[in-house]
Design a protein. Sequence first.
Length: 251
Amino acid sequence: MTINRPSGRLDKMPFMLRNILLTTLGCLCIWNGLHAQLFEPNMPDHDSKPYYFGITLSYNTAHFKAASSPRMMNYDSVLLAQAKSVGGFGLGLLGTLKLIPHFELRFNPQLIFANRDIAYHIKYPVYPEDSTSIKQVQSALLSFPLDLKFLSDRIGNFRVYTFVGLKWDYDLASNSANRKVEDLVKVKPSDAGFNLGFGVNFFFPSFIFSPEIRFTNGFGNVLSQDPTNKYSNVIESLKTRMVMFCIHLEG
């Protein structure tokens, strides 16, 4: 098997970050539950604010929805392409505008580091262990999601919400030197799509802790066709898919 991906401690960062986020979430949820039983509601005037800000820390798993090309039958060296999910992480800012009771408009720009694998099955490998070749598409995304949130009534220091919205991404790594290597799959720099998800607000004395699950789907085909690249020619289209676990700290 031939695997074209960087090695080293950086590969372990998303998994370390995920463990830290989950541990922190568990501790804060337990503390908040005990706090709500012993004290009065925190930040009672928060709902009267016209707007507020925050920061975001996120973990993601990203993959492509790949459609095989009819031309794949003409290539006897590459039999099949399959997209696989890989972990990544992101950092961002948060701005929320109150609209009417229970509805808010949120802008959450982020810098997202995402990796997506495409596995190819080689029909005539030089060595048996090279029967599968994995090409990794690394992205550094500037993501600009705009969401409409619906919030439930607040119960003590707890509230749930759902949201739906649109997003536009720009891949800063689309023109990098590594992406221009001859046998790597190339993608277009920009992509638009939609978001949806849900989250929970935990109110603390001086901030709001908000864990959230977000699903994002791209609208268009981001594959940049290269007639000379056998790994691109067996694919008709690539559409982006991502699941994110976000931690928002809001004021």
